[in-house]
Ligand binder design. Structure first.
Ligand code: ADP
Length: 615
């Protein structure tokens, strides 16, 4: 076969490859796709393939004698440059897919990108315009090129091929199976190409394996549809997981809520049929405990809603830490009850008398850890240790709760503080819980700038340690004598309160609670009745107003009251609408204060003192 015929075959192959690559590139770029690092490198790879083929065709056409040597050299060097660019992007591609952690890559890329591009341009210019190239012709056809520029290009190609081989060998594990196919094809074809060209067979072109590899990559790795489907599948799995967690949470919640409700309902029925006052009191106590339990569940949900709305706030006040820890010990003892569990307590004797911080939340954190220890320990011990480290006016409270309970598996530790997560549900079927406690605990500790750590051996027990800094308050401890009769201290006897609520039971509960303070109460079941009473000139010292009432809501009633001439009675929102931000909303509407249902006696007292005390 003459050299000329070979040359024409080469040109035909290049043109076919060029057309094919052009179609592939336009298909690729016309599709919607998700941008990943891999994709962006492939963009460059597919484009460099097209340009490489184009420059190759130009070079073949210029490589006939008679053309200016300068043009031949320029097109040939351009062709080799695009060859190297393709190889370069192929190497970058390999680095990207072989990388376990792409964030490292981002940092490196960012720093070196600019200087590298500049350096490459200089190199290419040096190669194209400075390094000399020699040509030899057979007849009027260029058959080979050599000289310094050919040696330079050969060296660059060898380095890039070697880099590719090194990455394949060393990062084999990280490169997914599907991605291996084009890489192996690439190496095999390049080797065949090299052997053949060494044997003097010049027909096989470098761009042919390049085009083939780019094409295989399109199907096995970079096909945008495959990427899109992959991403959709990931999103679908995540959505399904979230949905399952929600369903599980709801069914768990339903069970959690039904348990105390069952006690409340059952004991209430028993009380109605019981004559013995001692038994009635016992059962009423059980009802109270069940309601407390129910309230804890609802509060947990509220806390999570507040956390998600970023509305959970830390309220710092002065408190006596020793009192808090003593209360926690008492509560834990009550929770242990008759169970074979020893509670070992050690509280630092050097604790400051007064600290400044959110003691309500601190109590919640520790109580949650102690309650968990009681829940997940059948027998053995629970150790409650409180230590303090003081520096300047800061006291670091270090609280640890250790138990000899069921322990937590190593693989579960990471998810311990994630909401709704409960472990070994089947085994712990009889243990009540929502999976919210530790998520809230962690968030509260974080909000206070503290730390919580867990150490657990599965089957042996767990230790939770919390460290929180609190400001020390220096003052002389007061010897306080709490007056027994709150009403005397409050001096509110005989004051008149109007309660507005459409729910008769709620009206009854509020009136009954207020009667313990020897207050006079009047109850109405709607906003209209409330307005009527005020219009008729009835005098009250305070109004407790429910919000969610049919026809006229509490807020609407309140707005109408405000418009009445001379109206100056304090109005308190008393509502079960207690999700995150509600208190702020009611205050913004103009209500003087807010109490959530179920009514906490302490909260009620606070409001009564504030608005009815005449002292
Ligand atoms: P729950 O309401 O289920 O107790 P938490 O968020 O408090 O929710 O705890 C999450 C999960 O962590 C629990 O369901 C339990 O599997 C595990 N866990 C928490 N504390 C302990 C402990 N002291 N010992 C063993 N497992 C625990």
């Amino acid at each position: 076969m003459s050299v000329e015929t070979l040359k024409y075959i080469s040109i035909t192959v290049s043109i076919v490859c060029f057309l094919f690559s052009g179609i592939l590139a336009s298909l690729y770029f016309s599709k919607k796709r998700i941008y990943t690092k891999e994709n962006s490198v492939y963009d460059a790879l597919i484009l460099s393939n097209v340009f490489c083929l184009l420059s190759e065709i130009l070079f073949y056409f210029s490589g006939f004698a008679g053309n200016s040597l300068y043009i031949i050299s320029f097109t040939e060097k351009l062709y080799f440059t695009f060859n190297c660019i393709w190889m370069y992007f192929h190497t970058i591609y390999m680095i990207v897919i072989a990388q376990e952690d792409n964030s490292k890559l981002n940092k490196i890329n960012f720093k070196i990108k600019k200087s590298f591009v500049l350096l490459s341009i200089l190199f290419i210019a040096f190669f194209i315009f400075v390094l000399p190239i020699k040509h030899s012709f057979e007849g009027n056809v260029l058959i080979s090129s050599n000289g310094p520029s050919m040696i330079f290009m050969f060296m660059v190609s060898i380095i890039l091929i070697l880099l590719n081989v090194i990455i394949i060998v060393t990062k084999k594990k990280n490169i997914e199976r599907t991605k291996f196919k084009p890489l192996i094809t690439f190496v095999v074809l390049i080797l065949i190409e090299m052997i053949l060209s060494m044997a003097g067979f010049k027909l096989l072109l470098f761009t042919l394996p390049m085009t083939l590899v780019t094409f295989i990559m399109y199907h096995t790795i970079e096909n945008p549809d495959i990427k899109l489907v992959e991403q959709l599948n990931i999103a679908k799995n995540q959505a399904e997981k979230a949905n399952n967690a929600k369903t599980e949470f709801l069914s768990n919640m339903s069970h959690e809520i039904r348990t105390p409700l069952n006690a409340i309902d059952g004991f209430s029925q028993l009380i109605l049929e019981e004559e013995d006052i001692k038994i009635i009191k016992d059962e009423a106590r059980d009802i109270m405990m069940a309601s407390q339990n129910l309230l804890e569940i609802v509060n947990g949900i509220l806390d999570i809603s507040k956390i998600e709305a970023n509305k959970l706030e830390i309220v710092k006040v002065e408190y006596e830490p020793r009192k808090i820890f003593d209360e926690l010990v008492k509560l834990t003892k009550a929770r242990i009850g008759e169970r074979p569990l020893e509670l070992k307590v050690s509280i630092d004797k050097d604790l400051p008398d007064y600290l400044n911080g959110d003691y309500v939340r601190i109590k919640q954190i520790i109580l949650n850890l102690l309650t968990n220890a009681v829940k997940y320990t059948k027998k053995g011990f629970i150790e409650f240790n409180v230590n303090s480290v003081k520096k300047d006016n800061i006291c670091r409270l270090i609280v640890s709760v250790k138990d000899s309970g069921i322990g937590i598996k190593k693989e579960d530790l990471d998810r311990l503080f994630t909401k709704f997560e409960r472990f070994e549900i089947e085994k712990n079927m009889t243990i009540e819980g929502t999976g919210l406690g530790l998520a809230i605990t962690k968030k509260l500790v974080d909000l206070m700038g503290g730390k919580i750590v867990v150490d657990s051996v599965y089957g042996k027990g767990s230790t939770f340690t919390v460290g929180i800094d609190q400001r020390i308050v220096t003052k002389v401890k007061e010897a306080k004598i709490e007056p027994k009769d709150e009403t005397k201290k409050m001096n509110i006897k005989g004051k008149k309160v109007l309660i507005v609520d459409d729910n008769l039971i709620n009206l009854k509960v509020a009136a009954r609670l207020l009667s313990t303070y020897k207050l006079e109460t009047e109850e109405v079941a709607s906003g209209f009745e409330c307005l009527q009473k005020i219009e008729l000139g009835q005098k009250y010292d305070l109004i407790l107003m429910d919000d969610m009432m049919p026809k006229m809501s509490g807020v609407e009633t309140f707005k109408k009251l405000q418009k009445m001439e001379g109206f100056n009675i304090p109005v308190i929102a008393l509502t079960a609408n207690a999700i995150a931000g509600m208190k702020e909303n009611y205050l913004k509407e103009g209500f003087n204060d807010y109490i959530s249902k179920p009514i906490d006696k302490k909260e009620l007292e606070r409001v009564l003192k504030k608005y009815l005390n005449t002292k």
